[in-house]
Design a protein around this ligand. Structure first.
Ligand SMILES: [Zn+2]
Length: 481
């Protein structure tokens, strides 16, 4: 008995010695696991997480290596597609040499080759966008999480000290109790004509997606917009329009014009997420951001310029479609182009809109964290957000995430902030159903797809061996090209 107690004591002593003889390792999960958590979880876990500066450094280096490897993988994928396309074009050349006119059989082979080329071209384009846009966004998101984890405890302490020292209102727009009567940016009424002119001009250019006509969704979005407007610094009437567009975005024009895309409503999961984006856009109006920009150029000038920049960034010139088509057929969304114009000129404007948006959502009784939740969810989505323009225009830079949390912490506490509502869920379900039904209808507008019935074409059997595979080294036509 005694010996066993002694044994236990020796083991305990040995453990404590081992414990002391090694430097304390952090008990938190590895950083590679932490960056998979949501911003809100990281905020909680950051207190007492205990990672060393060295651990952060080496994980940042690892991220940089992973990002490069992922880009290299996508570049290889793109090149492979390119090679396949080249080979298919050679098959076409062989086909063209066979006879002057196509037999029925040859015509089918030709259509199938066309279809396969078009499919591969579009996959090649996706791969390129993922490499140039999606990968940097996904990795920036991880880096922003690291920054939050590393910097938040000190930030939170600083804010706590400022609040107890009576300095909470010393920050920019710190007078949140005065929302609605304070002066954010005087002269909003001067922007009404500017906004109306811009809309007319854009409509004349055919740049506007169709308006959503149906009442249930329109009434609800108007109700949300009104709720936010009366809790904001807006001094002019807010005119809200729902646009029928898949783009996950909303945008504002000067003079109180707010546009909300059906794609955004369909993609948000709670009312506070939708409110977050709408409040951000209303802030662009109250702070007169676009009006400040438009002094330099006409709206058409801004759009065309931004669309060209966007087309270059997003497609890398892979598809040679013009600006007009890009906008017209939703390849680039209007919101994307407008916000890119804003962002290109001033990151400061985005920063202001983030802060004011959080304040308005809070004042209206909503959980302002909805904005971050949506941000996070979309940025970590599969497929590198190639279809989500909100993140091309609102990249999750660490500094923006940090300053949004800073604002959230400064705000006076409020009970029962609303995250979701039954009405939101009902309206969203209704919208999703209507959109699905609409998709089944034949498309009214022209389409960019040159071969709309490819899926059917590719299913048709072709007599075996009719297409002769070219022997690449001897391909005379390839060399002549
Ligand atoms: Zn913005």
């Amino acid at each position: 008995m005694k010996t066993s107690i002694r044994k236990i004591l020796i083991i305990m002593l040995a453990w404590s010695l081992i414990g002391y003889s090694f430097p304390m390792q952090s008990v938190s999960p590895p950083l590679s696991e932490m960056v998979k958590k949501s911003y809100l979880e990281i905020l909680d876990l950051s207190q007492g997480a205990g990672y060393s500066a060295g651990e952060f450094d080496s994980y940042r280096k690892q991220l940089a290596r992973e990002e490069e490897a992922e880009k290299a993988r996508l570049e290889k994928e793109r090149k492979d597609f390119e090679g396949e396309i080249k080979a298919l074009r050679q098959e076409l050349e062989v086909l063209n040499k066979r006879a002057s006119r196509d037999s029925e059989e040859t015509a089918l082979e030709r259509r199938q080759l066309h279809c396969r080329i078009v499919k591969l071209e579009s996959r090649m384009k996706e791969s390129e966008i993922a490499r140039k846009q999606g990968v940097p966004i996904a990795f920036d998101n991880k880096r922003a999480k690291l920054a939050l984890l590393q910097q938040w405890p000190a930030e939170a302490r600083g804010i706590g000290q400022a609040i107890s020292a009576g300095q909470a209102r010393a920050r920019r727009f710190g007078n949140v109790e005065d929302i609605g009567v304070r002066a954010i940016s005087e002269g909003q009424e001067k922007d009404i004509k500017l906004g109306q002119d811009a809309i007319n001009e854009m409509k004349a250019y055919g740049l506007f997606p169709p308006e959503w006509e149906e009442k249930v969704v329109n009434d609800y979005v108007r109700y949300l917009a009104e709720t936010l407007a009366v809790n904001s610094d807006l001094k002019i009437p807010l005119k809200v329009t729902v646009l029928e567009s898949d783009e996950v975005n909303a945008f504002a024009l000067p003079g109180g014009y707010l546009f909300v895309n059906t794609g955004l409503i369909a993609r948000t999961e709670t009312e506070s997420e939708l409110v977050g984006v709408m409040a951000h856009e209303i802030s662009h109006i109250t702070a007169r951001h676009s009006a400040k920009l438009m002094k330099r150029a006409t709206i058409a000038g801004i759009i065309v310029e931004a669309a060209q920049v966007a087309a270059m960034i997003l497609t890398g010139g892979v598809v040679g479609i013009g600006t007009y088509y890009a906008l017209q057929y939703g390849f680039l969304g209007l919101g994307l182009v407008l916000d890119l114009a804003l962002l290109g000129v001033s990151r400061e404007f985005e920063d202001e809109a983030d802060q004011l948006g959080v304040q308005y959502a809070w004042k209206a009784g909503y959980d302002p964290r909805g904005f971050i939740t949506l941000f996070d969810k979309l940025a970590t989505e599969k497929g590198y957000v190639t279809t989500t323009s909100f993140f091309r225009t609102h990249p999750p830079y660490a500094e923006r995430i940090l300053s949004t949390f800073r604002e959230l912490t400064y705000l006076p506490e409020k009970d029962n902030l609303r995250v979701d509502s039954l009405r939101f869920q009902q309206v969203r379900q209704h919208l999703v159903k209507l959109r699905e039904e609409a998709r089944k209808q034949p498309l009214q507008r022209p389409t960019l797809k040159r071969f709309p019935d490819c899926e059917e074409e590719l299913k048709k059997p072709v007599a075996a061996g009719t297409v002769q595979k070219p022997v690449l080294p001897n391909c005379v036509l390839c060399a002549a090209k």
